[in-house]
Design a binder for this molecule. Structure first.
Ligand SMILES: Cc1cc2nc3c(=O)[nH]c(=O)nc-3n(C[C@H](O)[C@H](O)[C@H](O)COP(=O)(O)OP(=O)(O)OC[C@H]3O[C@@H](n4cnc5c(N)ncnc54)[C@H](O)[C@@H]3O)c2cc1C
Length: 443
């Protein structure tokens, strides 16, 4: 076999696993990305490294929150500067779906699950304090409608930078990757797979013992194209963000302001975040029923966010100060496994109209779990569905450990060891990877 492990997809899950395997000193590992590293969902997130306060509303997601908070603490140490603490204010207005006692309880458990993480615990704050910390909020609304407010801590990141950093750190440890190359065909052979890779009109084949389909929203599309039947149907959840220029906020500066968690009247949560030199606002949630590539933001998502901006925020020339609007697509695996035994050619031509991509849901999307699901639809080929950016390292460690056992090679994972990140070396050799860019989100 040419390779031990081939990873399909250069989003955070793909590169995270590559890094994990490389730190275990497993050789013969390669990653193939059809566009650029992090050009998929991994450069289009809300850029929070967080446990997800609102997931505490679902008792079955507490273990995920706990794991994410543990990872938050670790990433703050490992990636100091690329991941940094972010204070949030959380105002409670008359009529909000979650009353102050519920918020207070949620924050108490959030801190409890985080343990001794180095970030200050949540506190109650006054009207004057909230206006001081988040001067971009609508002061009139605060004065007349706010009934209480809290301050708590989470963390934020440069999502595309982390993915590029992780892949380059893997290369330093002996792994390899290629961009602008697509895995177009996979055939099962004795002891592994034969794989066809297409890059700039050239095709080549190679053999590998294991394949990891870390293709996010494209996971089931890939399986169908490769002639395989998925076990896990998923729902594609589209989220839109608006990035505002610094001038959008007259009162206060990006560097000194705190972020705000806003409860919408329908109970949804949106964030207004000082994000490096700009302001990030989002996200929305709707079901995507088309291909996850080259999607334009839905106009109603923009309207929804702009409406909240006018109600809750005090922005100057908001429309003119929009710097970018972008969408990300989350693959949400559903519990009900499919039981199809024959491949229908219609599914290959129209994967997004197949039973493996659902286009409606009889409950609220927000209630679906953000947990990562790892499935093995055929022996030796694993798929990574769903998940959060924050927990990518833990997911890589889980799959890395499984592969290490199967291959009977490799040491323990070393992704928690700072030396395996080569940060100073990479700052000197490839300073461009530490700069976040909107280019990836244009792909
Ligand atoms: C709107 C939104 C906001 C979010 N905010 C947060 C947040 O604040 N914090 C957090 O922790 N999580 C957040 N998430 C979740 C997080 O962003 C995702 O879980 C994560 O980025 C998914 O990474 P991935 O590697 O699975 O997929 P992707 O990043 O989409 O990567 C998959 C890659 O596979 C490639 N690919 C597909 N098929 C092939 C093929 N055949 N050959 C080669 N390459 C292929 C694609 O080009 C793509 O680059 C958010 C998600 C969304 C949608």
């Amino acid at each position: 076999m040419d390779l031990n492990v081939l990873i399909v997809g250069g989003g955070i899950h793909g590169v995270g696993l590559l890094h994990d395997l490389a730190t275990r000193k497993i050789h013969g590992i390669h990653l193939v990305e059809k566009n650029k590293i992090a050009s998929g969902t991994s450069s289009r997130s809300t850029k929070l490294v967080h446990g997800g306060l609102r997931y505490l509303e679902h008792i079955n997601q507490w273990s995920l929150v706990k794991e994410a908070l543990k990872e938050r603490s670790l990433l703050l140490k490992l990636l100091n500067g690329v991941v940094k603490p972010l204070p949030f204010v959380l105002p409670n207005f008359h009529g909000d779906k979650r009353p102050p006692w519920m918020i207070r309880l949620g924050l108490f458990f959030y801190d409890l699950l985080a343990g001794d993480c180095g970030l200050p615990a949540a506190t109650k704050i006054s009207k004057d304090e909230i206006i001081h910390y988040a001067p971009y909020l609508n002061t009139k609304k605060i004065e007349s409608e706010m009934i209480s407010a809290f301050l708590y801590y989470d963390a934020q990141m440069l999502d595309d930078v982390i993915a590029k950093l992780v892949v380059e750190a893997s290369v330093k440890l002996g792994a390899s990757y290629e961009e602008n190359s697509e895995v177009t065909q996979v055939n099962k052979i004795e002891g592994g797979f034969r794989v066809t890779i297409k890059s700039s009109n050239q095709e080549r084949t190679l053999t590998t013992k294991y394949i990891i389909n870390a293709a996010g929203a494209w996971c089931n599309e890939n399986l169908l194209k490769w002639g395989m039947i998925p076990n896990i149907p998923c729902l594609l959840n589209l989220g839109t963000h608006i990035i505002f220029r610094p001038e959008a906020v007259k009162n206060g500066t990006v560097e000194n302001s705190f972020a705000t968690l806003i409860q919408e009247p329908d109970g949804r949560i949106v964030f207004f975040i000082p994000w490096f030199d700009k302001w990030l606002f989002g996200t929305t949630e709707s079901i995507l029923t088309s291909r996850p590539s080259q999607i334009k933001y839905p106009e109603e998502d923009k309207q929804y966010l702009m409406h909240t901006a006018t109600e809750v925020l005090n922005l100057t020339d908001a429309e003119q100060n929009i710097s970018e609007i972008f969408c990300g697509v989350r693959c949400m695996p559903l519990n009900n496994k499919t039981k199809f035994s024959k491949l229908n050619s219609n599914w290959i031509d129209n994967p997004y109209e197949s039973p493996f991509y659902l286009n409606k849901l009889d409950k609220n999307i927000s209630g679906l779990s953000r947990e990562t699901v790892i499935d093995e639809p055929i022996s030796g080929l694993f798929c990574i569905y769903g998940g959060k950016y924050t927990t990518y390292r833990a997911v890589g460690e889980k799959i890395g450990s499984l592969l290490s056992k199967k291959l009977k090679m490799g040491t323990l994972s070393g992704t928690h060891i700072k030396e395996n990140w080569f940060i100073q070396e990479l700052i000197n050799e490839k300073p461009e990877i530490f700069k976040t860019s909107s280019d990836l989100r244009q792909i």
